[in-house]
Design a binder for this molecule. Sequence first.
Ligand SMILES: *Cc1c(COP(=O)(O)O)cnc(C)c1O
Length: 353
Amino acid sequence: MISFYPGPSKVYEEVPAFVKEAYDQGILSINHRSREFASILKQAHHILREKLHIPQDYSIFFVSSATECWEIIAQSLIQKNSFHIFNGAFGEKWHYYTHKLGKEANSYEFEKDHELMPEHIFVPENAEVICLTQNETSNGTEISNEIIKKFRQLHPEKLLAIDATSSMAGIYLDISQADIWYASVQKCFGLPAGMAVLICSPAAIKKAFQIGEKDHYNSLTSLQENYLKLQTTHTPNVLNIYLLLKVMETTEDILKIEAKIEERFQRWENYFTLNQEFSMFIHNKKVRSKTVVTIQSQPELIQKLKTQALKEGILLGNGYGSLKDTTFRIANFPAINDQEIIRLKTFLKGKLS
Ligand SMILES: *Cc1c(COP(=O)(O)O)cnc(C)c1O
């Protein structure tokens, strides 16, 4: 089965060999307080920093999910107020989780085809953290590095937190322009589910210590104290950290990966722009996600296409939430290879008008 699901998604083909290697080398049973683990952790930090261009002074943590990151940010970085800007289901969930944890989470919702203009958005004075979903997986929209930079310039005194779950490791993100970035690894990283990468600026860490929240096993202050000692707050997902290290050793620099992702995206874009029955769900080219291609059509046609695809061993991504019947999604993630895309295109050729 070839999976074009945008998460959990296809893992890199090297993963089974690396799992075996981890088993053969006894890594699956090592103690997380051992020197051996500390060395793997250190190398994993290093390779992430190098391949994704993460500034030297940013901290890197391995946690369990993007959802956990929503909680960590709410617990450790928001005393009272946050401000959430979103146009889809994941941004909305983040807002909801923060609110549920007792914060005054305010929000600004925008249309899926609207390109954000930071200078026109009123951000409340008391907002401590501005929360943006860089790649909204539910509808296939993105926020550019330039727009994120604008937010930073307009609100230098606030922390800027970015959910990049379905784009990190697929496109270049200017990490220096925000304080908190995170992504779970079952999307663009092409790894098995069960881990997320959380990246924090010195300003975010400083704020965490000023607030001094230490009530949770995953309080940011504890994460940072352990990070500095190459330790973890709990027994971590050693296998996935190892897999991330090994896979990233084999993948190219993020700028090269991005060039390939953009080229493939343009081909998908051209392909569906020419079609009558299946078209790009996002009309404004400037805000289209490069990693999650969302296609709209009539529910019956989508259902038929998905069923026929499955029969040929191709799994297309369902539409998300309220878009379940009227859209489907194609993951444009780096772990998917050229032959698989050719197979999908060959399949579509016979089906689309
Ligand atoms: C998938 C996804 C999440 C949730 O990830 P989990 O690993 O299930 O916590 C959050 N935000 C975005 C944008 C996503 O695509």
